[in-house]
Design a binder for this molecule. Sequence first.
Ligand code: ATP
Ligand code: MG
Length: 175
Amino acid sequence: EPVQVDTVIAEAVDRTRTAASAKQMVIATGGEHGLVVRGVEAQLATAVTNLLANAVAYSPEETKIAVAARARSGFAEIAVTDSGIGIPRADRSRIFERFYRVDQSRASRTGGTGLGLAIVKHVASNHGGSVTVWSEEGVGSTFTLRIPLAAGGVPDPDTAIEIENAAPERAVEKG
Ligand code: ATP
Ligand code: MG
């Protein structure tokens, strides 16, 4: 069924706002509005929530998170960008596995179970989409969730705004 990307992002931001505020972090939203995808709203909201929760968990206090959507070749791309600790290259291909966490000593401080990204990957593939990561240690990470647009899911170009700052073009590794 058709799902509004704006609604998915708003729900995910709502669910993450308290955790972000506790670390004096701001979640900025941007990009194109009015995108419609084919899918299950609850699953998509969970996926974006998991990405935002990670952005909060693995970033220092007082940093900014950006979540932005855009249409690209038949897909809605939802990009979550943080200025956090980043992910070592050697771990990048494994973080989407169930229970995989980078460096137990650093991971134990945040107390997760290592399921968040496995769920994101599952939701992406359920929808015929994908999730990819760009990351650099000490710089930050961008996770991009791609979900097929519904027919007519691309809004009027007049409503599209620049999102390059929120979600820069970067080399990505597939999950
Ligand atoms: P859970 O989400 O189940 O509470 P988790 O956050 O450890 O636990 P995932 O969300 O699957 O599990 O993430 C797996 C690992 O990938 C994390 O433990 C962390 O090491 C790394 N990771 C995920 N997102 C980020 C990020 N935005 N920045 C840095 N590291 C990240
Ligand atoms: Mg997580």
